[in-house]
Each structure stands twice: as C-alpha cells, then as structure tokens.
Design a protein. Sequence first.
Length: 263
Amino acid sequence: MSERIALNEKFKAIRKNVYFVLVEPESPGNVGAAARAIKTMGFEKMVLVNPCSLENDEVRMLAHRSMDIIEHAAIYQSFEQAIAPMRLTVATTMRRRHFKFPFFSPEQIAEKLLSAALEHPVAIVFGRESSGLTNEEILQCHLHSTIQTATQNPALNLAQSIMIYAHTFFKHLQKTELHYEYHLATQYELEKFYEHLSEALQTVRFVPRDGIDNFVTRFRRLIGRAMAEQRDIRLLHKLLQIFETRIHDLEEQCGDNNKKEIY
C-alpha cells in the first residue's frame, strides 16, 4: 500500500533533470516495471540504450498506467550518446571492480546527484540484467553506487533496484532543502582532459608499470569523486600546457639525444 504525497516545488524543478538510464535491458517486463517505479516516485525521465522489443503486452501490463514514461523515453544506440548530455553520471553495480572506485549508498548518491540536478542534467545508470555494466561503461561514469543486501544470490533485479533508488531520491527531495553552487564539467570536457593527460604522459615518455590506461583511470577515480567543475578542468589543462611548453623549450635547448624514458 502507498500514500500519495504532494511534491514540493523544488522536487518539481529537480525531477526534470534526473534521468534513469537503462543500458540494453533484456526483459520487456523489467522496462515496464521500471517505468512504473519511476513514475510512482514522482520522476519522469527514462533513457534506453539498445532496448529489447517494447511492443508487447508484458510491457503494458507491468507498466500499469506508466506507459507515458516509456513512450517519452529517449532511445540511443550507444552508451556514449546516452550520457553525453549529462553533467554527473552514477553507475550502479553489485560487483567490486579491480580499479577500486569508492562505492556510495543510495542515500549518499541522493545527496550528490540531486544537488547537481538543480542546475544540470544528471543520470543514474543501470546495466543489463544478465551481466550489468561493462568496465568501460563504469569508467565513463563519475560516481559508483551499490545497494547493500544480506545475500548476493538471489540479487535484486533491474526494476527492484530502480525502485530503491527512485524511492530514496523521493524521500531525500521531500525533506531536504538543497543548495547548489557548482558548474560541473561536461562529459566531453572530461574526456578531452583524459586524452590530453594521456598525450602529455607520452610526451614526457613516462611509462607507468601498469600502463597508461590504468594510470589515467586513477585520475578518472579522483576527478569523478571530486565532481569537477568546468573551471577545474580548464585549470588542469593549463597545468599540463605549462609543463608541455617548458619541456618543449628544454628539448630545443638540449636536443633530442638526452631524452630518457621515465618509469
């Protein structure tokens, strides 16, 4: 059973910027049930990446008066396209990954994500029912979250997980006065910085023991957790440019013969 609660004005404003992204959902019923959970908790934005067929009775039956969420859902062919407009993205996963990003609870994510949603589009991302999100997809998200459970098997299914996050967000917005002061960097701006960092490391012939990609991943971990602003990323670019200019000047003075690889 449930009780209907009138949404406050801040909730009405923020929900326009909160997107629930489903990556390659495999079950039409889960998409329908997810739409029902999203709408019941007062939200309205669903994004689908390469979804299963949605033209069947199972979707309509489990959506139950929430088909408008699915009908208005944005559908993309790639994960990169789906998150490109977002300023803050949260990956959900039940598995610990080797790159050791910190995991935040749904309650902690609610505070971080919804504060950003005052001014920017934000997304919480859910993976495939059978395999979740890939490592590459997780690395493209700023923050990472998991739902604590008593057992790992059986695990929560897709629609259940979405309901937990949606309900947590609902409770947070109904009781908290949020204050936003940041101008978060876009996903494009972040990726361009990571490219710049990789190129700068190669310029100085720095060879990390575990490879350039893993080294850059450590910066993804740091910057994602910091919720970097646009001016932060510009500052980091400037720092790299200062070193690149200085190195170029020194190379011209000393010649290329003195170059050595750094480990």
